[in-house]
Design a protein around this ligand. Structure first.
Ligand SMILES: *Cc1c(COP(=O)(O)O)cnc(C)c1O
Length: 367
């Protein structure tokens, strides 16, 4: 759920039979909401990652007592004792000892137990899931399979003292093809995962485990595009070189925050004027007063020359695959409102969120 908490994005997933993973008490509160509104089938599994604060642990127990299949993942010794009397199934998270080429695979991270710690814990009441999360946007499929290899070894070791362990949760990490370059396919990777587990289980003499994956980015990113209108063109000449800026009616720094934070690249395409004879190198900037409010990507993008627009026509551009993470990271620098949100589903078009007004934004700051 942390990848995209919007109702219009979550509901279709659970109707399609997806299970859910939460990372905080408030994300689990959304599950409670769905449950109270009867939009939630009690057979859907809810995996709870993230630090179990008292509020989070309390809600986990509450929903479990109401009949939901809520599975907390134990991430620390503190949680091990906190959840020792939990009546439902639990999982445990291992911090794998491998290096992947992902921005999010840190040398020292605060999540889970080391492989040695896990192996020495011994019996854990109601343990059914071994979980790991090796990184996000893993562009090399070998990183995903080598994590699986190490994960499976720990699975087998853990199973000796926990015979009811029957599921391996391989976390997130399936990459999004943001740049529309060559990448592995979901079919080939799933095939490799399943056949690896089938073969290794046979060799190890264990029942092949159920598999959970939490490929949030992969599912959510392609579900949204962000549309901007170019409202100003400006050529800046520093004496040696000239750069042409297109200023858009929104903010990269606020609403596509990863371009600022981690230099995320997206595919940028024109929406109109697509067959313009002349393309040009342009740099994209947002509306805030911040010199960091720009699309960093590869620097410039190639967009149509606006001289070819009809009288009174504006240039629109789309940033593809923006459905993962950007909404929850969004900010309100310069009190700029976030873009409105339009949901297109099964031929229906609905406004899910209007652009915020000055009153709504002012209220956030006590006005
Ligand atoms: C962030 C996160 C995910 C989602 O990762 P993606 O790279 O978006 O697929 C899955 N599981 C855990 C535990 C996470 O923290």
């Amino acid at each position: 759920m942390k990848v995209n908490q919007n109702r219009a994005f979550i509901l279709p997933l659970i109707t399609e039979g997806a299970n859910l993973e939460t990372g905080s008490a408030n994300e689990l509160w959304i599950v409670k909401r769905l449950w109270e509104q009867n939009s939630f089938n009690s057979r859907i599994k809810v995996i709870c990652n993230g630090p179990k604060t008292d509020a989070y642990a309390g809600l986990i127990k509450e929903l479990r007592d109401q009949g939901l299949d809520v599975v907390p993942i134990i991430e620390s010794y503190d949680e091990l004792s906190k959840l020792s009397k939990y009546k439902g199934q639990v999982g445990i998270r291992v911090n794998l000892d491998i290096k992947t080429s992902s921005h999010w695979d840190k040398k020292f991270e605060q999540f889970g137990f080391s492989p040695d710690e896990i192996k020495s814990i011994g019996k854990i009441p109601n343990l059914s899931i071994l979980h790991y999360h090796a990184g996000s946007q893993m562009k090399r499929s070998n990183d995903i399979t080598s994590a699986l290899k190490e994960g499976f070894q720990i699975y087998c070791a853990l199973k000796q003292s926990n015979p009811k362990l029957d599921t391996i949760n391989i976390g997130g990490g399936f990459a999004v093809n943001y740049e529309k370059k060559k990448m592995y396919s979901i079919q080939s990777l799933v095939q490799r995962i399943v056949s690896f587990l089938a073969k290794s289980s046979e060799q190890a003499g264990v029942q092949p485990p159920h598999i959970i994956c939490e490929w949030g980015r992969h599912i959510m990113a392609p579900s949204q595009i962000t549309v901007f209108k170019v409202i100003l063109e400006k050529t800046i000449n520093n004496g040696k070189t000239a750069k042409k800026w297109y200023v858009v009616d929104g903010s990269f720094m606020n609403d596509l925050l990863d371009t600022w934070a981690i230099h995320q690249k997206w595919h940028v395409v024109p929406i109109n004027n697509m067959f313009a004879k002349k393309m040009e190198k342009v740099w994209l900037a947002g509306l805030s007063c911040d010199s960091d409010d720009k699309y960093t990507g590869d620097g410039y993008v190639n967009l149509p020359n606006t001289a070819e627009l009809a009288e009174g026509e504006s240039q629109y551009i789309a940033i593809l695959d923006t459905g993962a993470y950007q909404d929850a990271l969004a900010s309100c620098h310069c009190l700029l409102p976030s873009p409105g949100k339009i949901v297109c589903q099964d031929g229906d078009i609905n406004v899910a969120r209007e652009r915020e007004t000055a009153e709504e934004m002012g209220k956030l700051f006590g006005w």
